[in-house]
Design a protein around this ligand. Structure first.
Ligand code: BTN
Length: 337
């Protein structure tokens, strides 16, 4: 593992101790003993943390107490919250980036490990599925890409995206949004999109070198952060649950679920994921219009198969297997009957 994967800086360690202390004061003496630092060095780290937006109370003869952490997504905020083994144990944070997928792809090509994550506060050229842009306003949302090195043939790569959709839907539900998955991997609250997933691959015909799994999740932004034409089609977690969320806490919860579902997928295959995906899907059972680039098809979305492709029941009773495309719900089957 690279050094940054295992070694926390002294500043991170001071923060971790204060976070562990919760409501209790941690004495300067205890901190300097545990970390092997002088009292002056501890004070310097506390001051540096305060400059970054941490509110730390200092009371003579009692010590330090962490009152508030800023809503940032650097390793300093994220590392103490992580419960994962791999995902997010190395974090490459940037204030502004063209696309986290692009940097993650470059880092993976240079040897980045499974689980390394690129996080950006803002993206200037965020990429969406099918060549679209992903509008990425700063300081309000979560944009990240994780490097994965799965032991899978390339034709099974779409399963990874469905794994991420299940993890994302669960994390958003736990945070208070009534999320459903629209095939293949868009997350919606009602008719409004809340998150999207883009997986990009480096592979040979029979082997994946690595996958870059990128997720964009609308967390605390307002509709006014987006162009007018988009505002009517999207929502945010804050809107769905009526209050903002700590972006770092959400990221840590999501990565824990993602890692768990990736392990389930590696150990037991796609079946368990497929069941969870079906359970949370808004697409299955619906009369839909599917656009695949070359074709436009209308039918009932019957199921997904064992590689995540959509099975569409056509009006003549035949089935079509759709590997990639955009789905638009026309009306429910019950309404159609
Ligand atoms: C979609 O629904 O079209 C997929 C959107 C994926 C957006 C995320 S944001 C983080 C990562 N970096 C990118 O450039 N795209 C993905």
């Amino acid at each position: 593992m690279p050094a940054e994967a295992t070694e926390q800086t002294n500043e991170e360690l001071v923060l971790a101790f204060l976070a562990d202390g919760g409501e209790e004061y941690t004495s300067g003496e205890a901190l300097s003993d545990k970390l092997g630092l002088s009292r002056a060095a501890v004070w310097k780290h506390v001051e540096s943390l305060r400059h970054k937006g941490y509110r730390i109370e200092a009371v003579p003869a009692r010590g330090y107490r962490l009152l508030e952490i800023p809503d940032r997504l650097t390793a300093l905020e994220l590392t103490p919250l992580l419960t994962t083994h791999d995902i997010g144990r190395v974090i490459h944070f940037r204030d502004t980036l063209n696309s986290t997928n692009e940097l993650a792809f470059k880092l993976a090509s240079e040897g980045a490990f499974h689980g390394e994550v690129v996080v950006a506060d803002e993206q200037t050229a965020g990429r969406g599925r099918r060549g679209r842009a992903w509008v990425s306003p700063g300081a309000v949302n979560l944009y990240f890409s994780v490097v994965l090195r799965p032991d899978l043939p390339p034709h099974r790569a779409p399963e990874l995206t469905l794994v991420a959709a299940v993890a994302g839907a669960e994390a958003l539900r736990e945070a208070g949004a009534d999320v459903r998955i629209k095939w293949p991997n868009d997350l919606y609250v009602g008719e409004r999109k809340i998150a999207g997933i883009l997986t990009e691959l480096s592979a040979e015909p029979d082997r994946i070198h690595f996958a870059v799994l990128g997720m964009g999740i609308n967390l605390n932004g307002a509709r006014s952060d987006y162009p007018d034409e988009m505002a009517a089609t999207l929502t945010t977690l804050a809107e769905a649950r009526g209050r903002p969320i700590s972006r770092a806490a959400f990221a840590a919860a999501l990565w824990a679920r993602l890692e768990r579902w990736l392990e389930v997928h590696a150990d037991r295959g796609f079946g368990t994921i497929r069941a969870a995906w079906r359970e949370m899907s808004s697409t299955l059972g619906q009369q839909v219009l599917v656009q695949t680039g070359q074709r436009e098809l209308q039918g009932v979305a019957e199921d997904i198969d064992d590689s995540g492709a959509l099975i569409l029941r056509m009006p003549d009773g035949a089935t079509e297997r759709i590997v990639a495309g955009d789905v638009q719900q026309i009306r429910s089957r019950r309404q159609a009957d």
